[in-house]
Design a protein around this ligand. Sequence first.
Ligand code: NAI
Length: 332
Amino acid sequence: MDIIKVAFFDTKQYDKLSFEKFGKDINIHFKFFETKLNEDTVDLATGFDVVCTFVNDTVNKKVIDCMYKRGIKVLALRCAGFNNVDIKYAQGRIHVLRVPAYSPYAVAEHAMALLLTSVRRIHKAYIRSKDFNFSLVGLTGFDLHGKTVGIVGTGKIGRVFADICSGFGMNILAYDKYPDKKLESNNFFKYVELEDVFTESDIISLHCPLTEDTYHLIDKTAIGKCKKGVIIINTSRGALLDSDALLEGIKSRQVGAACLDVYEEESDLFFEDNSGHILDDDILARLISMPNVIVTSHQAFLTEEALENIAETTINNITEFFNTGKCVNEIQ
Ligand code: NAI
């Protein structure tokens, strides 16, 4: 087999380390580009066999046309979600491979880390004790034990998160468009309507994909139906949650706290150091300024185990495709 040339976009140091480790004995040559893939940068992929992208690269009709004209056969996503790819348009033009699971534990554990940080005010306490301020005033939290958590999406990550919550003695309600009744029969959690997740949960955690169906799944109306003081956790995709409505909910005290690893306008900000810049996004700036909003920059996946699984599966996907013309992880 000839050397497979892969143009790797939105590269970070941790990507290089894991892909070089798993790719070193294989017939694949990676060219690592720091820039994201979009209409302006797609020319960089000229002469390559494969384009490898992550969650904030743009793979729209124009980008797909450019790749197709340049004879690029494969788009290898090094992630599970593919809401940033025009999948319908890609059909018949380019094969889209993905990493369906790399570590559901990484994401579910991060969701719980954000929740615990928020309810026990760890983010406040950490800063105070650094300044030798050992006052407890304003740090009162509440027990998770006995609280009701509503989980939207009971796939790989949602199940692990439910498992973690059950270890905390929480009541678990779940909504999934395609419920897996086996899970319910194990007494693990109870499936309810989405409406009931809104009205009965103290905490809501989103673990479904972003689709046309789920865009702004939590909007102003949904927030209005929630219990006063609801905590919203989003480690899935930013646009599941209407950020304007969230900000209004926080300001009106209807939303008690938000734990966000994703944000709907994150693509030009997250994964980059913007500390020396003026933030143009007023909604994000205002959300970050709130004492009861915790934002991490799409880092829920970032564990050693997940990075190794991403590199291994992406490389296996590419070699399987070039050896057999097919790949089990192709999006059909
Ligand atoms: P999965 O495919 O195993 O599970 C998704 C679940 O959502 C399925 O059970 C599916 O039936 C359900 N679902 C689909 N449409 C729905 C709808 N309209 N309403 C309610 N449920 C619906 O996916 P997995 O691995 O659990 O990942 C979930 C999401 O987490 C991904 O789509 C991705 O957006 C996000 N993610 C975030 C990461 C991060 O670093 N923050 C890393 C990896 C994934």
